[in-house]
Design a protein around this ligand. Structure first.
Ligand code: ZN
Length: 213
């Protein structure tokens, strides 16, 4: 009944029928009062034992339209898979099998019964979307910038300069000594000129997160 009104079950944290909590299996009869509450960012105040959503999810799968959000989250060290070619069915399966919360702006996708955890992004702005996800899943303390590959999501490993020498431009060989490499796709990372932009993005996210708290 609630989804028929356009609200995916992943956005419903508490259902009260005549003032008493019920779960998703509750059957509605006529002449009852129904209250529906979203997940609370400020902590669950009413009926904390009867909340229907989980907050402490740390793994995500994003639909293919969210490339900038995916990049932001990986930059912050958050585990998020994204296959731009994935069809809806694959996204639902990945979310269910790997217990990843599904991030999307497609409400119908979140209505699949197999989706246990998910989040409907309100904003179309990547920075605001990033803040939404950090707040909804309480990830502020989980942020570890520059620990994950921006291209493929794998955790980066330290690499000796000699091991990555053949992948470096001439000036990089001269000026940089510390490198990290992705064991997934082989991408090499170092604190070159692009690093300042990434660091600025991390600071932008942190400032926005602090502003809204
Ligand atoms: Zn990679």
């Amino acid at each position: 009944m609630i989804e028929a009104c356009g609200v995916p079950h992943t956005e419903v944290d508490l259902i009260l029928v005549n003032g008493q909590p019920v779960n998703f299996a509750g059957i509605l009869t006529q002449d009852v009062g129904v209250d529906v509450y979203p997940p609370s960012e400020t902590g669950s105040l009413l009926f904390p034992e009867d909340r229907l959503q989980v907050r402490n999810i740390e793994k995500f799968v994003a639909d293919g339209h969210l490339g900038k959000l995916v990049r932001d989250l990986r930059l912050l060290g958050i585990d998020v898979t994204c296959d731009p070619a994935a069809e809806d069915r694959q996204l639902v399966t990945t979310s269910s099998n790997e217990e990843r919360a599904l991030l999307t702006r497609d409400r119908r996708l979140l209505m699949h019964a197999a989706v246990r955890h998910g989040y409907y992004l309100r904003s179309q702005n990547p920075l605001e979307q990033t803040i939404e996800v950090l707040r909804r899943f309480d990830l502020g303390s989980r942020v570890t910038p520059f620990s994950r590959c921006l291209r493929c999501n794998a955790l980066l490993e330290p690499a000796k300069k000699a091991e990555v020498l053949d992948q470096l431009e001439p000036l990089t060989k001269i000026y940089y000594e510390q490198f990290r490499r992705c064991p997934g796709c082989g991408q090499v990372y170092w604190s070159g000129s692009h690093f300042d932009k990434l660091r600025a993005r991390v600071e932008e996210v942190r400032a926005s997160l602090a502003d809204q708290s």
